[in-house]
Design a binder for this molecule. Structure first.
Ligand SMILES: Cc1cc2nc3c(=O)[nH]c(=O)nc-3n(C[C@H](O)[C@H](O)[C@H](O)COP(=O)(O)OP(=O)(O)OC[C@H]3O[C@@H](n4cnc5c(N)ncnc54)[C@H](O)[C@@H]3O)c2cc1C
Length: 427
C-alpha cells in the first residue's frame, strides 16, 4: 500500500449490513483492512431492503424510474392511494424538494446521461455476484438464466421504445419472444401476455435473505467483527476520523462507510453532506406451495402492472409498487393484497382462493435519490468516510461493484469507474 494516502493497518467501521455494506466489508477484507460491521439488525433481517426485493441482478436496469412528462401524472398519484405509484397527502410538503428534482431529471437527455453512468456501475452484475457468492458458499443462490420483460403485445413493447433505445445505444442485447415462443418458455403465464424480451446477461438471486446471511457469515469467517448497535454520527478531529458514534458509545476507527440504506441521510449530514434521499416504499407478496401449478420459469417484469414476478426458493414473489410516506408510517397491507391479486391475474393456474397461510406480505424501503443515482465517494468533511447508499431500485444488483469501489476508496486507490456522477456533493 506504499502509494496510498492512508496508513495501514486501517480499521473501517461499515455502518449497515445490507447488500451494500456486506459487499463493502468483503472487498475491504480483500484489500487488507480490518473490518467492523455495525448494524442494529441481524444479517438478512426483514427490515433491510436487501431482504425482500425481487432478486434481480440486472446489468441492463439502467433507466431511472422516471418518465418524460411524468409531472402530468402527479395529481393522479395523489388521488389514487392504491395506484402503482402513490404519495400520501400528509407527506407531500416534506417530499416536495425531492419530487421537484425527480421530475426535473425526467428529461430525455438527462435519462441518457444517467443510464450511461448506471451502466458503468451495473455492468457484469451477475458475474460479480457469482464470484463473491461462490467464495461465500452461496453460488447455488445465483441463477444465470436471464430475465424477461413481458408485454401484452409488440405494440405495448413499442410504447417503451425510448428506454429500449437507450439500452441499445449502451450495447445491451435482448431476444424477442412472441406468441408460441413465449408460451413455450412461460407455459403458466396468462396467454393474454403475448410478447416479451429476454435479456440474457441478467441473473437473479433465488433467496436474497439467505444470500445476505451467507455474505455475513463469510465476512465474519474472514475476520470481520460484528457489532449490534446504531450509528448516530462521527468524531472527526483535524479532518481525520477518530470514531463512529453509536447509541452505546464510540467505536474507535480510522475509516467508516455509510451504507445504512434508506436511513443514511442523517449520517451523511454528520459527515458534512446534505443529500436528498427518500425511503421509496415497495411491497411484495410471496406465495408458497403452488409452484407445480404456477411459476415464473424466468423472472419477469410485467410492465402493465409495474411488478416483477420471481420464483424464489420459498415461493413465487410478486414485488413492486412505489409509495411515498414517512419512514415510520404504518404499512398499507392492501398493497400486498394488490400484489397477490396481480399474481392471480398473471398465473391462472393458481387457486382462486389462496389460503391466507400460503401468502406473506412484506414492506421494504428503497434508498432513493431524486436522479436515480446512488451516492458513492468520499464525504466532504473527511476522506476517511465513504458514502455508499441511494441505489433505489437496483441496489442488490449494483451492490457487488459498489463494494469493490468502496474498498478501493478505503485503500486510497483510484476507483475503477468515474465516480463524478455519484458524488454526494451534487445536491
Ligand atoms: C419491492 C422491492 C423490490 C426490489 N427489487 C430489486 C431487484 O430485483 N434488484 C435490485 O437490485 N434491487 C431491488 N430492490 C432494491 C434493493 O432492495 C435496495 O436497493 C438494496 O437492498 C439496498 O441495499 P442497502 O444495503 O443499501 O440497504 P438495506 O438493505 O436497507 O440495508 C441497510 C442496513 O443498514 C442498517 N442501518 C440503518 N441505519 C443504521 C444505523 N444508524 N446504524 C447501524 N445500522 C443501520 C439497517 O438495519 C439495514 O440492515 C428492490 C426494493 C424493493 C423495496
Amino acid at each position: 500500500m506504499a502509494d496510498s494516502e492512508f496508513s495501514f493497518p486501517r480499521h473501517a467501521v461499515i455502518i449497515g449490513a445490507g447488500a451494500v455494506g456486506l459487499m463493502s466489508a468483503i472487498h475491504a477484507l480483500d484489500q487488507g483492512l480490518q473490518v467492523t460491521l455495525l448494524d442494529f439488525n441481524e444479517a438478512g433481517s426483514e427490515e433491510a431492503s436487501s431482504y425482500g426485493n425481487a432478486g434481480w441482478l440486472s446489468s441492463h436496469s439502467v433507466i431511472p424510474p422516471v418518465e418524460p412528462g411524468m409531472w402530468k401524472k402527479v395529481p393522479g398519484y395523489l388521488a389514487d392511494p392504491l395506484g402503482p405509484l402513490s404519495i400520501r397527502w400528509r407527506y407531500l410538503p416534506r417530499l416536495m424538494p425531492w419530487l421537484l428534482r425527480n421530475l426535473a431529471s425526467a428529461r430525455r437527455e438527462r435519462i441518457r446521461t444517467t443510464a450511461r453512468a448506471l451502466r458503468s456501475l451495473a455492468v457484469d452484475a451477475r458475474l460479480l455476484h457469482q464470484e463473491v457468492a461462490q467464495r461465500a458458499g452461496a453460488g447455488h443462490l445465483i441463477d444465470t438464466s436471464g430475465v424477461l420483460h413481458v408485454y401484452r403485445s409488440r405494440r405495448h413493447f413499442e410504447a417503451d421504445a425510448f428506454g429500449w433505445g437507450v439500452r441499445n445505444e449502451l450495447g445491451i442485447q435482448w431476444t424477442e419472444l412472441e406468441g408460441d415462443a413465449l408460451r413455450r418458455r412461460e407455459p403458466d403465464l396468462d396467454p393474454a401476455f403475448g410478447f416479451a424480451v429476454h435479456v440474457d446477461e441478467a441473473g437473479h438471486c433465488r433467496n436474497p435473505g439467505a444470500y445476505m446471511q451467507a455474505l455475513d457469515a463469510y465476512a465474519r469467517a474472514r475476520g470481520a467483527r460484528r457489532v449490534q448497535g446504531r450509528a448516530t454520527g462521527f468524531r472527526i478531529e483535524e479532518g481525520r476520523l477518530k470514531a463512529v458514534l453509536t447509541e452505546d458509545g464510540e467505536l474507535a476507527c480510522d475509516a467508516a462507510v455509510i451504507s445504512a440504506g434508506a436511513r443514511s441521510r442523517q449520517l451523511a449530514a454528520a459527515a458534512g453532506d446534505r443529500v436528498q434521499l427518500e425511503s421509496e416504499r415497495g411491497y411484495h407478496a410471496s406465495i408458497a406451495g403452488h409452484a407445480q401449478q404456477a411459476t415464473a420459469h424466468t423472472p419477469m417484469m410485467v410492465s402493465e402492472f409495474k411488478v416483477i414476478a420471481t420464483q424464489m426458493d420459498g415461493g413465487l414473489r410478486i414485488a413492486g409498487q412505489v409509495e411515498f410516506a414517512s419512514f415510520e408510517a404504518a404499512p398499507d397491507w392492501r398493497r400486498g393484497e394488490i400484489m397477490r391479486d396481480i399474481a392471480l391475474k398473471l398465473f391462472p393456474g393458481l387457486p382462486r382462493e389462496l389460503p391466507a397461510s400460503d401468502v406473506k406480505f412484506w414492506l421494504g424501503r428503497r434508498p432513493s435519490t431524486p436522479d436515480g443515482m446512488p451516492c458513492i465517494g468520499y464525504a466532504a468533511a473527511c476522506r476517511d468516510i465513504v458514502h455508499a447508499y441511494g441505489h433505489g431500485h437496483i441496489g442488490l444488483g449494483c451492490s457487488a461493484r459498489t463494494g469493490r469501489i468502496v474498498a478501493q476508496l478505503l485503500a486510497g486507490q483510484e476507483p475503477e469507474i468515474d465516480l463524478a456522477p455519484f458524488s454526494a456533493q451534487r445536491f
